[in-house]
Design a protein around this ligand. Structure first.
Ligand SMILES: [Zn+2]
Length: 245
């Protein structure tokens, strides 16, 4: 393939743009802002779980409190009725003894229930304090997530803009190059090499190999419009006054 030296040099611009495009893709995949946003999301989720767990405990305890209060009321009502009966007329001595006995049992029962209620109320208070703390932490975590997401989105938008710039530049360059040359360049790149590189002081700019004397001799004797390639990486070697030939 014969390509005039000026066009060959343009291939170096294409390789530079492609290198930048690769760096953008790599940067997008390893963006610290994306990592920070992911970590913030984990923190938010953990905070949300702590709040949910606290809310479940609080509602379980509230139900328990209502149940105990109903039980205390029921015992108190029963005692009231017994005392009314005792105070009324028409109660036999045997019934009076039974009622007295039941009132004592009810009083003990009420004491037990009230102790239990007190204990549950204390638990509820401490769960409430924990829940307030968890809710405050969740609010902080949500704020941090919003900020981290904004930073990530801004960084992504910068990369998108840079990528668009480089893609436009690439279009301009490839429009100037022969299709056959681009297709050779693409094939070499597809193998993971530079595609095209400057031969600089006798070394390939793609793989950094120092060419030996024989190889340099061949390059020296090749016509300027000849496409020459690195024997190591296969990249198209572009010769300029820096090449040291
Ligand atoms: Zn090379």
């Amino acid at each position: 393939m014969k390509v005039d030296p000026a066009t060959q040099r343009r291939l170096l611009d294409l390789a530079t743009v492609d290198g930048e495009l690769s760096r953008i893709v790599h940067r997008r995949g390893s963006l610290p802002e994306a990592q920070e946003a992911a970590t913030a999301e984990q923190t938010r989720r953990a905070s949300q779980e702590a709040v949910s767990a606290g809310e479940t405990s609080a509602s379980d305890l509230d139900r328990e409190i209502r149940r105990l209060e109903r039980d205390v009321d029921a015992v108190r009502d029963r005692g009231g009725r017994d005392r009314d009966l005792l105070a009324g007329s028409g109660v036999s001595a045997k019934q009076a003894v039974d009622l007295q006995h039941e009132l004592e049992t009810l009083a003990r029962r009420q004491g037990v229930l009230e102790d239990e209620l007190l204990e549950v109320l204390e638990q509820r208070e401490s769960v409430g304090t924990e829940l307030d703390k968890a809710r405050a932490e969740l609010a902080t975590a949500e704020q941090a997530l919003t900020e981290a997401s904004d930073r990530r989105d801004a960084a992504m938008a910068d990369l998108d803009a840079a990528e668009q710039d480089k893609s436009s530049e690439r279009k301009v360059i490839t429009a100037e190059l022969p299709a056959e040359l681009i297709s050779l360049y693409e094939r070499i790149r597809a193998q993971g090499h530079a595609g095209a590189a400057l031969l600089r002081r006798g070394a390939c700019g793609g793989c950094r190999l120092d060419l030996d004397r024989t190889a340099l001799g061949e390059l020296r004797s090749a016509e300027p419009d000849e496409i020459v390639r690195c024997e190591e990486c296969g990249s198209i070697l572009v010769r300029t006054e820096e090449s040291g030939l």
